[in-house]
Write a new protein. Structure first.
Length: 564
């Protein structure tokens, strides 16, 4: 193949090569301009040395067909594919950013919160392929592109995708994939399915948290033997600051037998998130925080009445909603001045204060683990936790705290919002007509990637009143039900969203409002005791609807569940 220098400036299939982006075993990728449209693309060219090899031509052409077949916001879009003067090429979206392999090499271990934020998106893309009976077979950090600064993820390199009826072998008897992330069935040439990608994603999860692949051996043969015969390594042996429960999650993902692994990539990420929260709930700092909150609450109640207010013993232990794995949300901030009388909501406020202190530890843990230099767990003293709680409670004016039933319901909105998001929220004193309570939120320092400039959650007493609120948005935008689309490609429509197959979640609509991008959705109770009927609205300035849709995808089914 000619050197990259001799090809830059030439035109292939209507694309002028501008610069070299990367080089792989079978192809070279250039930044190129589509001459007729003036659009910049990433142009992948098959090596000329392989152009006459039928198996490589087939594999290269398959990539364009398979990737174009899956319409998903986290799978890199294919614009064009073809052959010009004997040269096979694929034109795809040019992502401004780095691949996950480069990020880990440059920054080291990424920490739990950022890892889960990135891999959640990759998992969604892979599961979408699995729903079409397609297996990626080469999931690795180098094939996970991260757009900057939004942290939107794209899974790429679908050239080795196979249907689930295929084996892991090529016609030459060699497996397709990368040995650092290859499952035992790939190495042995057995049949592959979605759990093959689960294994590889488990390897990627390990690498994100440890800064290196799970099996570091001399030579490919030794690495393959480790995948076949050695137990998955413990990530806590490399990074002791991580919860031990993550070792079990990775061991399950990397089980030798497919039947012993998670059933989907989403299940893997959910288990990792839950493992993080279990560690937080049992941390010594949590006990100190709960003790400090209990003491503060008892002291506040003592001047009012000689007998202290009873507090449930396990009130400080956060619980997640139906295994969602989200951080248990803290209660809304409260004014700390002692009331003159003993209003009816005081016992609730005291118990909630304890839960809020516990939740503060959850957020602190996630933030701490985002520091790549953190190698060991740290403890938080009771005095430090009390100080942090005092700073949190100062964000809402005391005028929002009253003894009316409406105010209590409004404060209860916090129980429906994960703590990482609630940290940037305030109770809204002017709720919508017919609503029980509301909160208005902004970007959270605890969450990476693109975030809305403003989003709000409104709680309704029943589904009928919530749907009335939703319909007011739909009618204002003149959107018919089941019309248009809300996804990473098109924007402007209305439809239903699901928790999973045959599990309705609610309705959603999206539109552009002047210079803003907006999405509105409902989270309906539908007889589920841990849900509320809520209406949510999120907006971001500009026209980055893929970024807003990605935020919605990550959070929409996590908001609206009660934490306990």
């Amino acid at each position: 193949m000619s050197s990259s220098g001799t090809r830059i400036g030439t035109t292939i299939g209507g694309y002028r090569l501008e610069s070299l982006l990367g080089r792989g075993g079978m192809s070279v990728v250039y930044l190129a301009e589509h001459v007729r449209l003036g659009r910049m693309v990433a142009l992948k060219l098959l090596s000329r040395a392989l152009n006459d090899e039928p198996s490589f031509r087939e594999r290269f052409e398959r990539e364009s067909r398979r990737a174009a077949e899956i319409d998903h916001p986290n799978i890199i879009p294919i614009y064009d594919a073809g052959e010009a003067d004997g040269q096979l090429y694929i034109a795809m979206r040019h992502v401004q950013g780095r691949d996950l392999r480069t990020i880990i090499q440059q920054e080291g271990p990424l920490g739990v919160a950022r890892t889960l934020f990135l891999l959640e998106q990759a998992a969604s893309a892979l599961d979408a392929a699995h729903e079409r009976d397609l297996v990626h077979r080469d999931v690795k950090p180098a094939n996970i592109l991260v757009e900057e600064p939004s942290d939107r993820v794209y899974v790429t390199d679908f050239g080795v995708v196979k249907h689930t009826t295929s084996t892991g072998l090529t016609r030459t008897g060699l497996f397709i994939g990368t040995v650092d992330y290859a499952s035992p069935e790939q190495i042995e040439g057995a049949s592959v399915d979605g759990r093959t990608d689960v294994y590889a994603l488990g390897c990627v999860l390990y690498e994100c948290l440890a800064g290196r692949p799970p099996f570091s051996r001399e030579g490919e043969v030794a690495i393959m033997h480790a995948h076949l015969a050695e137990p998955p390594p413990a990530v806590t042996a490399v990074n002791p600051g991580l919860p031990r429960a993550l070792d079990r999650v990775i061991a399950t993902a990397m089980a030798k037998e497919k039947e012993d692994r998670f059933g989907s990539c989403e299940e893997l990420i959910d288990a990792a998130r839950s493992a993080t929260l279990r560690r937080t709930a049992s941390a010594p700092a949590l006990t100190a925080a709960a003790a400090a909150a209990t003491a503060a609450a008892t002291a506040a109640a003592a001047p009012i009445e000689a007998t202290s207010v009873p507090v449930v013993a396990d009130a400080a232990a956060p619980t997640s909603a139906e295994g969602s794995g989200d951080p248990p949300p803290p209660d809304p901030p409260r004014d700390r001045r002692a009331p003159r009388g003993r209003p009816s909501w005081l016992p609730v406020a005291i118990s909630a204060l304890i839960a809020a202190a516990a939740s503060a530890v959850v957020v602190a843990f996630l933030l701490r683990d985002d520091d790549p230099g953190t190698a060991a767990p740290t403890t938080t003293s009771a005095s430090e936790t009390t100080t942090a709680q005092t700073e949190t409670t100062s964000t809402v004016d005391s005028s929002t705290i009253t003894t009316t039933a409406t105010s209590v319901a409004r404060e209860g909105v916090a129980a429906l919002v994960p703590g990482t998001l609630w940290s940037a929220c305030e109770a809204d004193t002017s709720t919508r007509a017919g609503a029980e309570g509301a909160a208005v939120c902004g970007p959270s320092d605890s969450v990476g990637g693109l975030q809305p400039d403003r989003w709000e959650i409104t709680v309704y007493p029943n589904a009928a009143s919530m749907r009335d609120g939703y319909d007011s948005f739909r009618k204002a935008q003149k959107l018919k039900r089941e019309s248009g689309n809300c996804n990473g490609v098109t924007w402007g429509g209305e439809d239903a969203w699901l928790h999973g197959p045959d599990k309705p979640g609610g309705r959603r609509l999206c539109y552009f409002d002047g210079g803003d991008t907006v999405i509105v959705w409902t989270h309906e109770k539908r007889g589920q005791p841990d849900h509320k009927d809520v209406l949510l609205v999120a907006r971001v300035s500009g026209s980055d609807h893929p970024g807003l849709f990605n935020w919605w995808r990550f959070w929409h089914h996590r908001i609206g569940k009660e934490s306990a």
